[in-house]
Design a protein around this ligand. Structure first.
Ligand code: PGA
Length: 250
């Protein structure tokens, strides 16, 4: 198991306006009083990246984007590039979330280009993978996740900081989680592939678990073999819930 600090990353998805900055302020002040061993980040909607980065300037809490365009600039109405995310104050970016894979038809090849864009812009990518319920029930989870890991992570990642997030689609926002054995099995497979494809860097990269992580299941999940942290949706919106998960790291 790697000795890298565990990462707890909040994904606010399409939630939050100015009032949500207060939750981040509460989080920062709690962590200032009682620091955590974890690396903590929040990925707000694009509209809040800059303000959140300013709000959290003097705190150890990092700010990330939820997606980026593969191109650096151009005629792409409504899109935000990795360079723009970095310019707004982000240090990380989530790429290939299942809501983008399914809702925006993003495939592994496009996700791979987005990861390259993140690296080009100096952002640390968090690359999401995960099987659907049908794939799990058909006994294809290992194969599907393995293929996503092999095809979504460019060679250019070697030597750069990056993370992978295993998020079974059927566990996202549902309150259902895989068993700890199932999590350990997939994380073990991801680690084996990462070592093979990215050598030493692949052996070190944190593999986060995501999908219905809550304060009451965080401790067990975070102490499962090869779980290097958590990607948290719903429970990251309220500072106290998110703190409950962060405190599970110690
Ligand atoms: P959830 O979402 O914690 O609300 O299940 C996780 C995610 O989609 O990253």
């Amino acid at each position: 198991m790697s000795s890298v600090r565990k990462m707890i990353v909040g994904n606010w998805k399409m939630n939050g306006g100015s009032a949500a900055l207060n939750e981040a302020r509460v989080l920062a002040s709690e962590l200032a009083q009682t620091p955590s061993r974890a690396r903590v980040a929040i990925c707000p909607p694009a509209t809040l990246v800059h303000r959140l980065a300013t709000t959290l300037e003097d705190s150890p809490v990092e700010v990330g984007g939820q997606d980026c365009r593969a191109e650096a600039a151009g005629a792409y109405t409504g899109c935000v590039s990795a360079e723009m995310m970095a310019d707004a104050g982000a240090s990380l970016v989530i790429v290939g979330h299942s809501e983008r894979r399914a809702g925006f038809r993003e495939d592994d090849a496009l996700i791979c280009r987005k990861v390259e864009a993140a690296v080009r812009a100096g952002l640390e990518p968090i690359v999401c993978v995960g099987e659907t319920l049908e794939e799990r029930e058909a006994g294809q989870a290992l194969e599907v996740v393995g293929r996503q890991v092999r095809q979504s992570l460019p060679k250019s990642l070697s030597g750069r900081p990056f993370a992978v997030a295993y998020e079974p689609v059927w566990a996202i926002g549902t309150g259902h989680t895989p068993t700890l054995e199932q999590i350990a099995e997939i994380h073990g497979e991801i680690r084996t592939i990462l070592r093979e494809t990215h050598g030493e860097a692949g052996g070190r990269a944190p593999i986060l678990y995501g999908g219905s992580v809550k304060p009451d299941n965080a401790r067990d999940i975070l102490s499962t073999a090869e779980v290097g942290g958590a990607l948290v949706g719903g429970a990251s919106l309220k500072a106290q819930d998110f703190l409950g998960i962060i405190r599970a790291v110690g």
